[in-house]
Structures are given as C-alpha cells and as structure tokens.
Design a protein around this ligand. Structure first.
Ligand code: AMP
Ligand code: MG
Length: 339
C-alpha cells in the first residue's frame, strides 16, 4: 500500500465489494492496474462512460481501452481476431499490452471515438482481477470496464491512490470511489499494438516489447488518437539532458529538480526527484517524481533518461511529450490533449 494511505479521505476509499456496488449503480471508480490507476466505468453503461470524458476533460476524439477478465471475453468486443493477435494475448495477458482490433458492432461509439476499431487488454493487478471476478459474480455474466488514466487530460498519470485523490478527488461524487491497490508496479501506460493484420504495429511503447514485423507496402497508416505531442505534463517545465554536464547553475528563486540514474550525482542547489537503478525503476518512479516536483513547487525539472533497457523507449516517449508541454498548459484545462 502507498505511504500516504493514512491521509486518504475515507469517504472516497472503497474495497472490492464497494467498488463493485458503485460501478454497477453507474458510478465511476479509480482502480489500480500494473500500469497506472484507471478511472473505471462499466463499458456498456453509456452514461457512466460519458461521465469519464467530462470528469477528465478528455476530448471525445480520444478512444478508451476496454479492460476484460480474460481472452475468452474477446469475442464480445472483437469478433475476428487474427492468429498473431491471439498469440500475443496468450503470451502477454494478463499484462501491459493493449490490442487494437476490428470492433464488434455492439461496441459504443463513445468507447471507440467512432472508429471501426476497439482497444482491449487484460490488466494484471490482483485487486482489479478480484473486482472483475466480483462484477461477473454479481451480474451473472462477464463485465468489462473502460479505464483511462485517472487524471485530468494532459496532466501526469497517477501511480498511487493519493495521486488520484489529489488530482481528481474533488470531482468525484458520493456514488464514486477510489480503490487503493498500492503503487503501480510498471508505472507507465500499456504498450498498444495494432493487431488487425499479421504485420503488427506498435502505436505506443510500453513495458511489453514487440519485435517489429515488416509492414507490407500500401498499408494505411493507423489512426492513433490521443497520441498528442504534448501530454503527461507536470506544472514545471521538463527538460531532457544527456548528462550532468548540461545542467545549468541554479539562479535566484528558481527551484530546479533532477531525475537521473543513480550513478549521476546531484549538483548543488538541485532537488533530487529520484535515483533509479535501471530502466524498470525509472518507469516505476517516473510519474511519482513528476508529481513530487509539483508538490515541491519545482519550476524546472531536468531529466537524464535511462541509457538502456527494454523500458527506455516507453520512458523516453512519455518524457518527450512531457517536455513538449508549455508549463502554463499543464493544468490540462485546454482541449485537444490526450489523457
Ligand atoms: P489510455 O490513455 O492509457 O487510456 O489509452 C488510451 C489510448 O489508447 C488512446 O489515447 C489511443 O491512443 C489508444 N486507443 C484506444 N482505442 C484505440 C483505437 N480504437 N484505435 C487506436 N488507438 C486506440
Ligand atoms: Mg492517460
């Protein structure tokens, strides 16, 4: 469980039973996953799904990922799944891999943003697995959840229940809740793969690394809504540097922060935001470091990315988007950012 549990407001905290009750009554509940916390609604409840978009200020053009209990539920959402996609599901589910597939006709346009495709995954977190099982038990059939990250669009994703409460707690009503499952193990969003064809294409890098397959000529470029250049942004400006020689000397009332691999020392005047030992630790602590920078009123965050490792591309992807945001955009009140 996260360190800040004692300070979490108890009227929002729910257990698996309470979360199931609120979801089935049309509420939205923040749920833990191995990637980041999601803001969940029952995927077939259009009113609850609409509320997620409003609450997060998420553009309607940004589709949602459907979270299912296991691959046996795939036909409800995607009737024709290619063999290569089934192999991936077999190998990586439950886990941080989202498959984009041709959708079943019954899938709501809210979820797909009006596209012919739907994104599906099986989350790997014991609390959320228990929740999906409890929902199935109560409903008498499998219940899928949509669950975009539980933050305001464009801002830093939450990896603890206190991040969720600090970010969106004030927008949650008495019928909603937050299910605390501790710190997220992976820390960055799932790998998204366009799995409609035998040639697989990675649309967003994550912890699951898929070997690229050659794409045949004349294949249409997949639409990747929500992959805006500016995203995941803290209030502070983010600057990527390759080594500590590039770090400026702090001046005046600036509060500078540094997130860098453990072997890099902290120069005088910097607030150290994290010292990860490797790419896995870097990913796990990335968003917590950005949240901590804002809490400490850091004005500029310097980041030395991990030099190697399977998670390096995912970490770099998020950092480049965080760095692309203007600091005054970071509240996420502008439209057009993903979430
Ligand atoms: P998240 O923000 O982690 O909830 O992931 C949602 C992202 O998944 C969206 O911003 C899209 O990039 C991607 N996504 C969801 N559904 C689709 C889809 N049908 N086609 C392509 N990408 C999708
Ligand atoms: Mg998000």
């Amino acid at each position: 469980m996260s360190d800040a549990d004692d300070s979490l407001p108890s009227h929002l905290l729910v257990d698996v039973q309470g979360a199931a009750t609120r979801l089935l009554a049309g509420g939205v509940v923040a749920i833990p996953t191995e990637t980041v916390y999601g803001l969940a609604a029952v995927a077939t409840d259009d009113d609850a799904v609409s509320r997620i978009f409003r609450l997060k200020e998420r553009p309607a053009t940004n589709p949602l990922i459907v979270h299912i209990e296991g691959p046996e539920q795939l036909p409800d959402w995607a009737p024709d799944v290619p063999a290569a996609a089934l192999d991936l599901a077999d190998r990586y589910w439950p886990g941080p891999l989202t498959l984009v597939l041709n959708r079943a006709r019954t899938v709501s346009d809210l979820i797909t943003a009006g596209q012919d495709t739907v994104a599906v995954r099986v989350p790997d977190h014991p609390v959320t697995s228990a929740l999906l099982a409890e929902l199935r038990r109560r409903a008498g059939h499998p219940v899928a959840l949509v669950a975009p990250s539980a933050n305001v669009s464009g801002t830093v994703s939450p990896t603890t229940a206190s991040h969720v409460i600090n970010g969106i707690g004030r927008y949650l009503g008495p019928g909603d809740g937050v299910l605390d499952g501790g710190e997220c193990r992976v820390g960055v969003e799932s790998t998204i793969v366009d799995a409609r064809h035998s040639a697989l294409r990675v649309l967003r890098p994550g912890a699951v690394v898929i070997a690229p397959t050659p794409v045949p000529p004349n294949t249409a470029t997949p639409v990747v809504p929500g992959s805006q250049s500016s995203h995941y942004a803290p209030r502070a400006a983010v600057t990527l540097v390759t080594d500590s020689a590039e770090l400026p000397t702090p001046r005046g009332r600036q509060q500078l922060g540094l997130l860098a691999p453990a072997e890099i020392d902290t120069p005088a005047g910097y607030l150290r935001l994290g010292s990860p030992e490797d790419d896995t630790e870097f990913a796990r602590g990335l968003y917590a470091a950005l949240h901590a920078a804002d809490d400490a009123r850091v004005t500029q965050i310097f980041v030395v990315p991990p030099a190697a490792g399977a998670l390096r591309p995912a970490v770099l992807d998020r950092l480049i988007r965080a760095a692309a945001a203007r600091p005054d955009q970071a509240e996420g009140t502008e439209s057009g950012l993903g979430s």
